[in-house]
Design a protein around this ligand. Sequence first.
Ligand SMILES: [Zn+2]
Length: 245
Amino acid sequence: MKATPAEQQELLRLQSVDTRLAQLAHRLGVLPQAGALGELATREDAARRVRAGAVGTLEDARAELARLESDVALVEARIVRDGDRLTHTSSMKDVNALESELASLRKRRSDLEDQELAVMERVEEAERAVAEIDYEHDGIAAERARLEAERDEAAAGIAVERDQSERDRAAIASAVPEPLLAFYEQRRARGGGIGAALLSRRTCGGCTITLTGSDLEDVRRAAYDDVVQCPECDRILVRTDESGL
Ligand SMILES: [Zn+2]
């Protein structure tokens, strides 16, 4: 393939922009916030599970408290009823029976009230546990929001650089003849992102091999407008005053 030295040197500028674009794509893929955000998501999941358990405990305790309150209400209703009967009876037998029942109802009410107090403590404890988890979760959510904003800002900054590099690339590529550009693209695809390299002091900038013997002679003999390739890595070798030929 033939191309003027100036056209060949444009490939080095193109390569430099392409390398930059590859670095920017890599940076976008490995933003430093990604790891921390993944860790936060795990902690958030764990907090959600712990919260579900704590809410279950709280609901159980509240249900038990409601049952006890309704039991107390029933007992109190019976105490009122028996007290009412007691004031309206003249039978000694009934009086004895009612007083005995009232004594046992009052004992029952006192027992239920003791249980109520114990369950109220459990309700308060469970409420505190849920509040603590909510507090922890709020902290995680705030940290996540902060990291997401930081990540988005970093990504936006990289996108601006990428857009600029893409414009640079289009401008450079438009000055390179189509067949040379296609050849460069093919070499770049096969050369791990590097299609053209400067030959500097007889050394290939792509694979760092130094040309000697017949390989060096071949490059020396090539016409100024021949597009030469590295005998080792096949990348386009661009010759300049620095090439040491
Ligand atoms: Zn090479």
